[in-house]
Design a protein around this ligand. Structure first.
Ligand SMILES: [Zn+2]
Length: 823
């Protein structure tokens, strides 16, 4: 599963503070979460389902084959959430023998007809109705929705929204649509017959083995999964999709998108076969399943989910051609879910406590893919940003990676499990070396394919391959919490020709981390590497020299998961930018220089970094430069002009155009005008904004022309802002409609409250006010509960100001409506 980061990331601080101050220790935190006892094991699940779109029900028949795990038993307990049960029987030959059972709406306890031994299979038949929208206990609804089965716009009453059905199992929600043992350490083969309106297509796990048209306008699709996998990975999707067909080594690779995205589906998903080849090669385990499909979902409850052979993504992946001109924003999602097909689906965590075995790997796979496909800088950037994600929530350092105590299993899907866990794997890779690392992953996969594992099994695979004891690493990083915070200082004694590096661990917990590390000493243009261990509150290292080193680069591979105060000089950092060369070496130097822009040498480095080889560092430098410092504007201008005109990355072009706009120079007007027609929204949007600084009336005319085509991204928000500033109320309905068509993403979340506040403030038309208020107050409706609250708070703070303004303008009816609708 991949969490939609936008919300978690932006609001986590606020949520955490609220919890700290009000909630006493949850008694559920005191329960040791043992792995689930096996009494019976699933062998095969066969389902026959059809859907009631009017009531959002599913009518199901299930044939569930099981056998006792070890000890003989005469009873069976199944998870079955909120179902109506019509029959519970034993299949004896062709006969159905009714069985006695108890059902409390959540667990179905069945008395079998006799005691079975673990050499005997038996098959239970259950006729049931699944009613996901009437579920009383919705799992961990505090954090995620947990209906299992979702009907999107089932009656077709919502304009511009397709009718879809899809499922989301993880963690234990699939038992809302079929009776099962809903635990990750159960695995079975399965088949599903889905009867759906003939106009729709379906997707499920495994292979589509037959399709039969029925007389009543429906069709029955029969999907079969011949290899065992866990119930939480079972999936069904139904809707009006275009299917774009691709392949990998003769296996079907399909992309299910809403029809208007058919022409760009390959641009969005088309790297999938290359990813399959890459992951198969580095793991030494071929893609294990019969096919791989990816589908998009409206109102998805997560970012994406790795259902075996049938990944479901949020609809945000459906970018249009002009968004894709800026690059596919969700390539990481595609890589992440695909890697799960090995880590998660093939070798699966034994319990939710060990979810690191699924999620840390999938997270880490993003680094691997970006490094392979887009170069070392891109991989390092993913790695660095994940450390930021982990650090963004101050409660994270207190959490172990493997957590046997938790209040809510959904809470395990956090940035410790994802981002920190991924970094722990990346450090391990650096420590043991690529060849041992991938050999160990191969051994682990071979040992646990179609089975379940816990984190210790991973350690044992690494120990077997490397011949080293790795308990210390697992105890520190998997069964421990936190990270080191270093204070690094340097002394040079030119008379003794000796450098001293002191690395103190200053984390408040007092816990000392054991860290293998490379220290690079640069002397006379030559780098010498020293491998050291840190294992004290303070470690000192002496390095002899002939000429005082230009740089001593602690953590030469920039691989350690840490925070640090590094007391280098400006000269050291400038040298580091030019010679150490990694993404983080350069990033640190740029950040340091940005904080010392009074120094001409720092300013010179920043101007130089405008030509950094990596697009993100170019963007960062442009944003950090203080153009008011002496000489900077003039020095930066030719670089900005070059970036604005020719940079291969459109986000860099757009950013540079935006920066040049602030120069307000008539001579750039033609460039800006030309760039307003660029295919990239960020280039066109920034060009329009730059033009408006020179000539607002002209920019407005251009915007009027551009608004005849749909727009998203920067272009949409700049155009809308211009229309609002010009009080062009005739365009306001178009702005609202355009806004609604943009899939949920970071920019939409960030800009929505202000945009609507401006729009509502500027219009005097009461119907228009009401319409805009309705849309913005509903905006957060599909957010997870915690984030919904925070978003509403933010929207309300804007609306409150607008309501006050309306009162001062004597528009009381409008003010009343705004106040009434605030959530
Ligand atoms: Zn995941």
């Amino acid at each position: 599963m991949k969490r939609l980061l936008i919300c978690l990331f932006s609001f986590s601080l606020i949520i955490v503070q609220a919890q700290d101050s009000t909630v006493p220790v949850n008694p559920a935190l005191l329960i040791y979460r043992a792995s689930f006892p096996h009494i019976n094991d699933l062998v095969h699940t066969k389902l026959d389902v059809r859907f009631d779109y009017t009531r959002s029900y599913m009518y199901g028949k299930a044939w569930i084959t099981l056998k006792p795990h070890f000890y003989p038993t005469d009873s069976l307990s199944l998870d079955a959430k909120g179902m109506d049960l019509k029959a519970v029987s034993l299949l004896k030959g062709k006969q159905l023998l009714p069985l006695k059972y108890n059902y409390d709406g959540s667990t179905l306890n069945i008395h079998l007809d006799k005691t079975y031994r673990n050499t005997e299979n038996y098959t239970i038949y259950i006729d049931y109705t699944s009613k996901p929208y009437e579920l009383k206990v919705r799992g961990s609804a505090a954090i995620t929705d947990a209906r299992g089965l979702y009907f999107i716009n089932p009656l077709g009453t919502e304009k511009d929204k397709p009718t879809q059905i899809w499922t989301q199992g993880e963690t234990e929600s699939n038992s809302a649509w079929f009776p099962t043992i809903d635990k990750p350490d159960q695995k079975c083969t399965e088949e599903i017959s889905m009867t759906v309106p003939a106009k729709y297509v379906t997707l499920s796990n495994g292979k589509l083995i037959s399709q039969a048209k029925n007389g009543d306008g429906t069709r029955t699709d029969h999907w079969k999964m011949d290899l065992p996998h866990s119930p939480y990975l079972f999936f069904m999707g139904v809707g009006d999709y275009a299917i774009i067909r691709d392949s990998y080594k003769g296996k079907e690779v399909n992309y299910y998108v809403e029809k208007e995205y058919a022409s760009v589906a390959r641009q969005i998903f088309g790297l999938t076969p290359e990813m399959m080849a890459f992951y198969s090669r580095i793991l030494g385990v071929e893609y294990p399943w019969v096919k791989y499909s990816q589908m998009t979902a409206r109102n998805f409850v997560s970012g994406a989910m790795e259902n075996t052979t049938a990944t479901l993504h949020m609809d945000g992946l459906q970018q249009d051609a002009r968004e894709l001109a800026d690059g596919n924003k969700y390539e990481d999602y595609i890589a992440h879910e695909l890697f799960h097909q090995w880590f998660g689906d093939l070798a699966t965590t034994e319990s939710w406590s060990n979810i690191t075995l699924n999620e840390s790997f999938a997270n880490f796979s993003e680094t691997l893919w970006f490094e392979y496909k887009h170069g070392k800088d891109a991989g390092d950037a993913v790695n660095y940003h994940d450390i930021e994600h982990y650090l963004a929530d101050p409660s994270n350092p207190a959490k172990n990676l493997v957590r046997f105590y938790y209040a809510d299993r959904e809470s395990l899907f956090d940035m410790v499990t994802y981002s920190k866990g991924g970094r722990i794997l990346n450090m391990l890779r650096n420590y043991v070396g690529d060849s041992a690392f991938f050999k160990s992953l191969n051994l682990y996969l071979e040992n646990f394919k179609f089975k379940n594992a816990e984190a210790q099994n991973l350690r044992m695979a690494f120990e077997q391959v490397t011949g080293q004891d790795l308990n210390w690493y697992w105890n520190q990083w998997y069964y421990g919490s936190g990270h080191p915070i270093f204070d690094i200082s340097y002394q040079y004694d030119d008379s003794k020709k000796m450098a001293l590096v002191v690395i103190n661990q200053v984390q408040e917990t007092g816990k000392i981390f054991r860290i293998p590390m490379a220290i690079d000493v640069y002397e006379g243009g030559i780098r010498s590497r020293h491998k050291v261990w840190l294992d004290h509150a303070g470690d000192s290292f002496y390095f002899p020299y002939n000429k005082r080193p230009d740089l001593i680069n602690v953590d030469g591979d920039k691989i350690i998961l840490c925070q640090k105060q590094d007391h280098k000089t400006l000269e050291n950092f400038i040298y580091q930018y030019e010679h150490a060369g990694r993404y983080l070496d350069r990033r640190e130097a740029i950040e340091y220089c940005a904080q010392h822009q009074d120094d001409p040498a720092a300013r010179a480095l920043l101007i130089k970094a405008l030509k950094d080889p990596y697009f993100e560092l170019k963007n960062m430098t442009m944003n950090l430069i203080d153009y008011e410092k002496p000489g900077v504007k003039v020095a930066a201008e030719p670089f900005l002009l070059e970036l604005a005109s020719n940079d291969p990355d459109r986000t860099v072009q757009g950013n540079a155009i935006g920066q040049l706009g602030a120069y307000k120079k008539e001579e750039y007007k033609d460039l800006f005008l030309k760039k307003t027609a660029d295919s990239s929204y960020s280039v066109a949007g920034n060009a329009l904004a730059a033009l408006s600084l020179l000539d607002e009336a002209h920019a407005y005319q251009v915007a009027k022309k551009l608004s005849k085509s749909p727009a998203r991204g920067d272009l949409f928000f700049v155009m809308s802002t211009l229309f609002i500033l010009e009080e062009d109320t005739a365009t306001f309905e178009q702005i609202i409609e355009g806004f609604q068509k943009i899939p949920l993403g970071e920019q939409k979340v960030a800009e929505a409250p202000q945009l609507f506040a401006g729009l509502i403030a500027k219009t005097k038309n009461t119907d228009q006010v009401k319409r805009a208020v309705d849309v913005i107050t509903l905006f957060s409706e599909d957010f997870p509960p915690g984030e919904k609250k925070e978003m509403n708070k933010l929207i309300n703070s804007y609306l409150k100001q607008v309501a006050d303004l309306k009162v001062s303008q004597g528009l009381k009816e409008q003010a009343d409506y705004i106040n009434k609708m605030m959530r």
